[in-house]
Design a protein around this ligand. Structure first.
Ligand code: NAD
Ligand code: IPM
Ligand code: MN
Length: 352
């Protein structure tokens, strides 16, 4: 019997609702498999924890997490209690950075029964490879002057290593999929970093002659994702561009409550972290109606990461079946609760 040891951080808001739902699905998947089990250790690190302790997690938080095989996180943020940049840099971004989770993999695809806002959603199926450790998310910069002359300066950091790493991963992923790769750029307006981004992309493409490439400006690319998402296979994007594109990915599926993500540590030194694309959704927290699909699909990505791809496939199949049956939370046009969707997914997994 193989046991996977997983650190669980439900976090804030609906994180506390969708994480237990996905944990239930994982236990059900283990039951079906028969040869694996999950041991979950829960950590209450969140904005409530901050109110009590003055920090989002203990000082040795990363040390505590480092020996788990993965971190399974819900969402962080309760702007009424703690400023977002404090809570996010104190927990989510601290783990991404501290554990060198340099890539964020975020798929989006259409499946039957999803009420996409697109008039004619073709069978789109793409993956965004988001650079996850540098780019526009940096602590370099500051504030100068006061009053009406005040200036805030934010430096974007693009290293050759970080840029190449994300792009090579995206090229290799494209080779395993439909061999098309789009680079999200903005070299017409951003003077230093984006021409550099293009330069690295153009250099690397020679190593992957079997992948059809193009570079598209982020503004046009955002529009194309709404108008013709079926054009895309793999998209490689900087940290901020990838963040924005993947909320669009969620939106065209019908809700950002569906979109999953995996923060990948590539060097094997630290665990990877699995969390949905969405946030803590304070507007619906506590009502029992949060869509658990994003967190459940995220659990599937964690299983894939462990090499349990067959089991991961069963979870996604169950999700697709439940949605096609119309068992849906209100954000995607249904009346089901979080618990009802979760029960239906578990039921379908065991039925097979
Ligand atoms: P959000 O994703 O929390 O919510 C945006 C909208 O989508 C809301 O209307 C919400 O109700 C809806 N939504 C999101 N997930 C849903 C789900 N599973 N089911 C149904 N509806 C869902 O984004 P926001 O409002 O910008 O952020 C709220 C808080 O979450 C902030 O503190 C923000 O910083 C934080 N945040 C955290 C993460 C993370 O931890 N990974 C990601 C994004 C935002
Ligand atoms: C996400 C979130 C985070 C990000 C925020 C909360 C810092 O939006 O995971 O998509 O921008 O990476
Ligand atoms: Mn985001």
């Amino acid at each position: 019997m193989k046991t996977y040891h997983i650190a669980v951080i439900p976090g804030d808001g609906i994180g506390k609702e969708v994480v237990p739902a996905a944990v239930k699905v994982l236990h059900t998947a283990a039951e079906l498999h028969g040869g694996i089990k999950f041991e979950f250790t829960e950590f209450p690190w969140s904005c409530d924890f901050y109110i009590e302790h003055g920090k989002m997690m203990p000082d040795d938080g990363l040390e505590i997490l480092k020996d788990y095989e993965a971190v399974f996180l819900g969402a962080v943020g309760n702007p009424r209690l703690v400023e977002d940049h404090v809570s996010l840099w104190g927990l989510l971004l601290k783990i991404r950075r501290g554990f060198e989770q340099v890539l964020n993999i975020r798929p989006a695809k259409y499946f039957k029964g999803l009420n996409s806002p697109l008039a004619d959603p073709k069978n789109f199926d793409f993956v965004v490879v988001r650079e996850n450790s540098e780019g526009e998310y940096s602590e370099v910069g500051g504030r100068i002057h006061k009053g009406e002359d005040e200036i805030a300066i934010q430096n974007a950091i693009f290293t050759r290593k970080g840029t190449e790493r994300a792009m090579r991963y995206a090229f290799e992923l494209a080779q395993k999929r439909n061999r098309r790769l789009t680079s999200a750029t903005k070299s017409n307006g951003i003077f230093h970093t984006m021409p550099f981004w293009d330069e690295v992309f153009n250099e690397l493409k020679a190593d992957y002659p079997d992948v059809a490439v193009n570079s598209t400006h982020i503004d046009a690319l955002s529009a194309f994702l709404v108008i013709k998402p079926e054009l895309f296979d793999v998209i490689v994007a900087s940290n901020l561009f990838g963040d924005i594109l993947t909320d669009i990915g969620g939106a065209i599926m019908g809700s950002i409550g569906i979109a999953p993500s995996a923060n990948i540590n590539l060097n094997g030194k630290y665990p990877s972290m699995f969390e949905p694309v969405h946030g803590s959704a304070p507007d619906i927290a506590g009502k029992g109606i949060a869509n658990p699909i994003g967190q459940i699909w995220t659990a599937k990505m964690m299983l894939d990461h462990f090499g349990e791809t067959e089991l991961g496939g069963k979870i996604l199949e169950a999700v697709e079946w439940v949605i096609a049956k119309g068992i849906k939370t209100p954000d995607i046009g249904g009346t089901a609760t979080t618990a009802e969707v979760t029960e239906a997914v578990c039921g379908r997994i065991l039925e097979k």
